[in-house]
Design a protein around this ligand. Sequence first.
Ligand SMILES: [Cu+2]
Length: 285
Amino acid sequence: MEFLTTWNFNNLPPDERQKFYKESTLPDGRTLREYWFHALDKEIEIAPGVFFPAWTYNGQVPAPTIRATEGDLIRIHFQNLGTKPHTMHFHGFHPIEMDGALPHQFVYPGETFVYEFDAEPFGVHLFHCHSVPISQHISKGLYGAYIVDPKHDTRPKPDKELIMVMNGFDTNFDEANEFYAVNTAAFYYAKNPIKVKVGELIRIYLINILEFDQINSFHLHAQFFYEYQTGTSLKPDFYTDITVMGQGERSILDIRFKFSGKIMFHAHKTEFAEQGWMGFFEVHE
Ligand SMILES: [Cu+2]
């Protein structure tokens, strides 16, 4: 799935990409990263043959990933092409008029708003709609990853970077999820294992946005990982094989596989694993 390794629309050919993302240098030497986002009602496929009437950013769930370096200026041109008031609320620092959480900050259908703030602090963050009821606007699909890289990075350099958003879908609207996943499609990485190599450094940007259930978790078989909580420190906080998260929590996980083979990862809330939140790394020599 393209989402896993995509940020700042780098999966698009250059002429298509510039409709959604532009990078330029400001007079003070800083980088300006400009984005064009829209909210859109769209039916998405969450498991083979299972369709969900989602509310999306740019037609996809999770939204396209935003990625900047600490100190860059971020400007997002947001247009609401949906049928309900929506916003973009970012975790990270911003002036309160950019918060997108109060009724006067709601962007109504047909309206536009420009969000602008400095990219800080470094870490793995998220954004989501903060219109009401929030549980509905999140569970319908309005969320995405927001990564801020440190300006002075002393961590080992990753060979592969993967973005994983743990989510779920309430297909019968009873305020409980019927399907669970990383990156929306149930069992996708079980059927399409993520190919990696023994010894290389795999960096995962992991975010939990699951609505309705109180906790979620990520567990890796046969191996441990270094965990940087919220990604806000250059030194890892834990060396473990499981991390448990509430909604909105996130971490950077660094893994170096010791053995080749098909290595499972899943929610250690096994009910979620059975309903789609399970996958494999296919580790080669
Ligand atoms: Cu919304």
